[in-house]
Ligand binder design. Structure first.
Ligand SMILES: Nc1ncnc2c1ncn2[C@@H]1O[C@H](COP(=O)(O)OP(=O)(O)O)[C@@H](O)[C@H]1O
Ligand SMILES: [Mg+2]
Length: 329
């Protein structure tokens, strides 16, 4: 699928290496685990690849209720009751459909119960799956399983077994650089207020470094903040007869709280609220020299590179801080 690289690239900001590596892995006939915190382009890359290459794509949300039969399919009980087990009464699940020629994408894979994961092992290992009373489903050459997971997820997760890791390849995706995140936010929101974009991206990035936050906001948090702030500013301007709010905090603060307070996971030891911590982050961001209103700001002296390394990370357990290690904690 490397022949689709240019077209895929035209829809995704940066990620050149990762995209090439994902394509090569799939081209080699391998199944894949994508590991990275939320909002790190995992779904977007797969969606874009399958769209551009015109490959059927089946998405499944991994959770404890994902039973083997939800993945494989089941006989329609009322038809079987009324008649008998007939092949045409079998309702194919996403795994069976993907085996017929497509990609099965399982999100939050580390939440999938072990017996369901074992069915996957059989399908990728044997290249076929025996379904009682239906028959043997053989995997088409295009069949691939791609699993996505957040290595820092600790909500109802199972340990993904060695047996799975041994049969899958693994590519890890970390947070993108600040310049890239701004570009994503601009592209997705259509925002033209550069100051707003920069503030929202910086706030999201600071949540990833904060010592009281276990997992900070993704680029989605910044996108939401920008979209809400623009609506709010329009609304407030209209309500006051065309006069925009004097204080940008009237717009930034509620937009930030609405966009981000539900997206950050606080450390268990903190007694503060997400709102209090976010307020502190916004104040801190606005006091940075490049965001002082009368200062035009240095134009990215560091090329907008991943600012996380200045002065070391304040949060060694955070995804940002461990982005370059193998992501397993
Ligand atoms: N590199 C990127 N280029 C363009 N859009 C991106 C990029 N990374 C993330 N996004 C956007 O951010 C949002 C979250 O990305 P997504 O792929 O769903 O993340 P994940 O599946 O890793 O949680 C989506 O709206 C997506 O379009
Ligand atoms: Mg996703």
């Amino acid at each position: 699928m490397l022949e689709y690289y240019e077209e895929i690239k035209s829809r995704i900001v940066a990620r050149d290496e990762e995209i090439k590596n994902i394509l090569a892995t799939l081209d080699a006939g391998k199944h894949l685990i994508l590991e990275g915190p939320p909002g790190t382009t995992k779904s977007t890359i797969l969606r874009t690849v399958t769209d551009v290459a015109n490959i059927p794509f089946y998405i499944v949300e991994g959770n404890v209720d994902l039973t083997p039969s939800k993945l494989v399919g089941h006989f329609n009980p009322s038809k079987v009751m009324a008649d008998d087990y007939r092949r045409e009464y079998f309702e194919k699940g996403p795994l069976t459909r993907a085996m017929e020629g497509g990609i099965l994408y399982i999100e939050e894979f580390n939440r999938v119960p072990a017996d369901t994961a074992n069915v996957l092992i059989t399908a990728v290992e044997e290249g076929e799956l025996a379904i009682p009373r239906y028959g043997v489903v053989k995997a088409a050459p295009e069949f691939r399983v791609v699993c996505a997971q957040n290595p820092f997820d600790d909500v109802g997760t199972m340990r993904v077994s060695r047996a799975i890791y041994d049969r899958f390849c693994r590519i890890s995706l970390g947070y993108q650089k600040e310049l890239e995140e701004r570009e994503i936010v601009r592209a997705k929101t259509g925002a033209t207020d550069e100051r707003l974009v920069r503030i929202a991206v910086r706030v999201a990035r600071e949540t990833r470094r904060h010592r009281e936050i276990k997992q900070g906001a993704s680029v989605r948090g910044a996108m939401d903040m920008v979209a809400i702030a623009e609506e709010l500013r329009r609304g407030l301007t209209r309500l006051s007869g065309g006069k925009p709010p004097d204080d940008e905090l009237e717009v930034l603060r509620p937009a930030m709280l609405s966009a981000m307070s539900g997206k950050i996971w606080l450390d268990e030891t903190t007694e503060r609220t997400p709102e209090a911590i976010l307020d502190e982050i916004l104040r801190m961001v606005l006091s940075q020299p490049e965001f002082q209103e009368d200062d035009p700001g240095p134009n990215d002296p560091d090329g907008g590179d991943d600012g996380a390394d200045e002065g070391g990370s304040r949060n060694p357990g955070s995804p940002e801080a461990t982005e370059s290690d193998e992501g397993r904690s």
